[in-house]
Design a protein around this ligand. Structure first.
Ligand code: FAD
Length: 462
């Protein structure tokens, strides 16, 4: 090597450490390991240059300015519970983690909360409850996912069938853009149509347009204790037929579906006495005032019986009802115990739910892989869980084929490739087919306008 030769030492990370401190900027390989993956366990996850455990909007700005100056990719990260690989690290990136940003202030007068993004969804709910208020969106993962991650994925959940998804509760955001500028959008105002709807643009943008550092949330009065109804069915068609009959006439506060393989996996985990022979089970709740809830449950029971329910059980004891909700929330971890998962999130218009569930069963039989199906059935949003053994390359290949086929099936039924988990890295190959060339190009133009050098979460969605 000549004495004049330039040695590329990479981005001068010491400069960032000097600005933010080594308690904020983590560079030790061992400590960075857990920031490389989300729950999708993307095998292609890279090794970060550093993890920035930001404590404030200003910390995030410093990190993003450094990244912009040196052309370093930035991967925003909440709690890493994502299921689409959206938070998996890119080689040589800065992971900007919000885990230390956990402040919350509640204003009971305007019924709003100003929240930092690292707070868990469950902690937001708990803080609201202290004021007799409620933050409704309730992903099954509500105890292990951050509110920032919820905004970035526009998370759904179990009560969304009646109360809507995350975006319906976002009034304002502070976002750090790709050049390090922090913009404030919206605020504690229930109505505001001044300018383009930019707050909503960032909801569901999966860290590709900016990093969310503060959120103004709308809260509502506390939910009434719900009555719960559980129905089992001998066929998938009976169960999906009952879902359609219920949604045509009523607005339950929960309408969840589990198929036979899921029921068995949950029963293996919980030993709560679920009917292992059932082809499907619905968990339904009504949070109408007491008398109305009883009438609603009676009608729901009738509709289930009209669709040949094998067993119908109802209770107005919230604790007894909660046991079935917990069983449903445990479905993904329960099925995960049976093998490695490829997790889908396809959604269809409600009348197509039956065709989707039947079609998934056909793909499962054809590809000879177990596909356990859970669904936020009242939203037409299903989570087929494709189970495989990664050591069996033939089976892994069949699982990957089935993964694509399920998304193609949903699209053929007028549905979407993702209802709530986001595109991330896993579903990116199907996004163009789903959106079509014009909508895909429009998405790209917005991305290019806001992140011209493509440093924000490259490989996720775009
Ligand atoms: C058992 C289980 C059950 C689940 N059930 C549901 C469910 O019912 N409904 C549902 O919607 N999801 C569900 N999920 C998926 C997951 O919990 C959600 O997608 C959640 O919103 C992710 O939050 P997180 O904090 O873990 O985000 P992460 O996984 O850390 O990140 C998710 C995405 O958001 C981006 N991001 C995170 N924080 C920010 C920020 N501050 N600014 C900009 N971008 C950011 C990341 O770059 C990434 O693209 C489930 C997951 C598990 C493991």
């Amino acid at each position: 090597m000549s004495v004049d030769a330039q040695v590329d030492l990479g981005p001068p990370i010491d400069e960032l450490v000097a600005q933010l401190g080594d308690d904020v900027v983590v560079t030790e390989a061992e400590r960075m390991e857990k920031y490389r993956w989300d729950r999708a366990q993307d095998p292609a996850a890279g090794v970060p240059l550093a993890v920035v455990r930001a404590g404030s909007t200003e910390d995030v700005q410093v990190a993003v300015r450094f990244a912009a100056q040196h052309g370093v990719p930035v991967v925003p990260r909440g709690a890493g519970s994502g299921l689409s690989g959206g938070a998996s690290a890119v080689e040589g990136c800065l992971v900007v983690s919000t885990e230390r940003m956990t402040a919350i202030a509640i204003d009971p007068v305007t019924r709003t909360a100003v929240v930092q993004p690292g707070l868990m969804n469950a902690q937001v709910k708990a803080a609201a409850a202290e004021h007799d208020l409620w933050y409704p969106p309730d992903p099954s993962s509500y105890e292990i996912c951050s509110i920032g991650g919820n905004i970035a994925t526009n998370a759904g959940g179990l009560c969304c069938v009646k109360y809507g998804v995350t975006t319906d509760y976002v009034l304002g955001l502070t976002v750090v853009l790709a050049d390090g500028t922090a913009v404030r959008l919206g605020g504690a105002r229930l109505k505001d149509v001044a300018g383009l709807s930019l707050t909503k643009l960032f909801v569901g943008s999966e860290g590709t347009l900016g990093i969310i550092t503060e959120i103004v949330l709308r809260l509502v009065p506390r939910q009434r204790p719900p009555a719960t109804l559980v129905a089992t069915f001998g066929t998938l068609d009976d169960a999906t037929g009952a879902v359609l009959a219920i949604t045509q006439r009523l607005r339950p506060s929960m309408l969840e579906f589990m198929d036979g393989p899921t029921i068995n996996a949950v029963e293996d985990l919980t030993k709560m006495g679920l009917d292992r022979s059932a082809a499907a089970m619905l968990v339904i709740q009504s949070d109408e005032p007491a008398g109305h809830a009883a009438a609603e449950c009676e009608l729901i029971a009738q509709l289930c019986q009209d669709h040949h329910a094998v067993e119908v059980f109802s209770t107005d004891d919230p604790e007894e009802g909660e046991a079935f909700v917990v069983a449903r929330r445990n479905a993904i971890p329960a099925v995960e115990r049976t093998g490695t998962l490829l997790l889908e999130d396809v959604g269809v218009p409600l009348p197509e739910l039956g065709a989707l569930v039947d079609g998934i069963a056909d793909i499962s039989a054809q590809r000879e892989v177990t596909i356990a199906v859970i669904a936020h059935a009242g939203d037409g949003n299903t989570h087929p869980l494709i189970v495989f053994d990664p050591a069996d390359e033939d089976m892994a290949e069949r699982a990957r084929t089935a993964y694509g086929e399920v998304m193609e099936l949903a699209m053929s039924l007028g549905g979407t490739i993702t209802g709530e988990h986001g595109v991330g890295r896993l579903k990116k190959p199907w996004l163009g087919d789903y959106l079509g060339p014009d909508a895909m190009a429009l998405n790209q133009r917005i991305k290019d306008a806001l992140d011209p050098h493509g440093i924000l979460n490259p490989g996720a969605m775009f």
